[in-house]
Design a protein around this ligand. Structure first.
Ligand code: 3HC
Length: 284
């Protein structure tokens, strides 16, 4: 299957990034977000990024205009009715995802592939909410989507070979590098990266060093592109906590127990860059 029209559900950090890279690759995109303020924020962020690319001389204004023409938006799920692929990037709540997949299954034609950008949840469980379990898969992008090359592609227990092939081909067409991973909590990257971030939060909580020093140590001593606490702030502490709690419950092993400081920051509404405060203060 040759994917030409992509639907993206959810215009948060990941959804808007996915919509952006798909339009940049010349695909027709429909970005659906229920909350108008989030949708408008996403569209202006994408527009600003393309304007910056024009100013830097990376693209000309004709290319910017053609990207803008490819990217449509809506607040209505029925806008997905002629998409070849829909990628869901909403809240990491299994019950909400199942409800949305059931609704999309009813709206979309038989040929549409329904994919989830979940960080860790079960693809098989999400697929079971639909009548097309062979055409549901995980397609997991990384933040910031426009920069990070990897996309994890995850089959559920019933996902067909042709569905995976279509998604792999799409990820290559948008300039990404796909890696197919087995359906296990966190797949590959989050399975390994999340415990590292949680360990950094534990070290911070124990007073081993300041956030700046922990990050500096991991950048200079372990060659990471950014420190784990700054990374946690960029991902969103709510998402980091959610993934850590999910691992703790799924694996049932104490090594995945979330650092208390993560819980405290999330309870205080300090979710990182997106709220202005996390391990660092972005308001100054
Ligand atoms: N959004 C969009 N573009 C960004 C960006 C952002 N948040 N941050 C940086 N960029 C772009 C810059 O505009 C610049 O583009 P240009 O070359 O066209 O001008 C380019 O990236 C390089 O930027 P900088 O030189 O300012 O910064 P760095 O070289 O330090 O790169 C980084 C920034 C790419 C964020 C790098 O620090 C990095 O790779 N960090 C690790 C990110 C990571 O691990 N992501 C995975 C998180 S886990 C996840 O997403 C899974 C989820 O399920 C939780």
């Amino acid at each position: 299957m040759n994917i030409k029209k992509v639907g993206v559900l959810g215009a948060g950090t990941m959804g808007s990034g996915i919509a952006q890279v798909c339009a940049e690759a010349g695909l027709e995109v429909i970005l659906v977000e229920i909350q108008d303020s989030i949708l408008q924020q996403a569209l202006s962020k994408i527009g600003a990024s393309w304007q910056k690319a024009v100013e830097k001389g990376k693209i000309d204004s004709t290319i910017k205009a053609s990207r803008e023409a490819l990217l449509k938006s809506s607040q209505d799920l029925s806008s997905f009715k002629d998409c070849d692929l829909v990628i869901e990037a909403i809240i990491e709540e299994i019950s909400v995802k199942k409800k949305v997949f059931k609704a999309m299954d009813e709206i979309c034609p038989d040929y549409t592939i329904l994919a989830t950008n979940t960080s860790a949840l079960s693809i098989t469980e999400i697929a079971a909410a639909t009548s097309r379990t062979d055409r549901v898969a995980g397609v997991h992008f990384f933040n910031p989507v426009s920069v990070m090359k990897l996309v994890e592609v995850i089959p559920g227990s019933d996902t067909s070979h042709s569905t995976i092939e279509a998604i792999v081909n799409l990820t290559k067409a948008i300039g990404k590098e796909p890696v197919v991973a087995k359906e296990t909590p966190g797949f590959i990257v989050n399975r390994i990266l999340n415990p590292l971030v949680n360990e950094a939060a534990l070290a911070y909580q124990e007073g081993v060093a300041s956030a700046e020093e922990i990050d500096k140590a991991m950048k200079l001593g372990a060659g990471l592109p950014m420190g784990p606490l700054a990374l946690a702030d960029m991902i969103g502490l709510d998402i980091v906590l959610h993934v850590t709690e999910y691992f703790f419950n799924e694996f049932g092993e104490s090594k995945y127990r979330p650092a208390l400081v993560l819980k405290q920051k999330v309870r205080a509404g300090h979710l990182g860059v997106k709220t202005g405060k996390g391990f660092y203060d972005y308001t100054k």
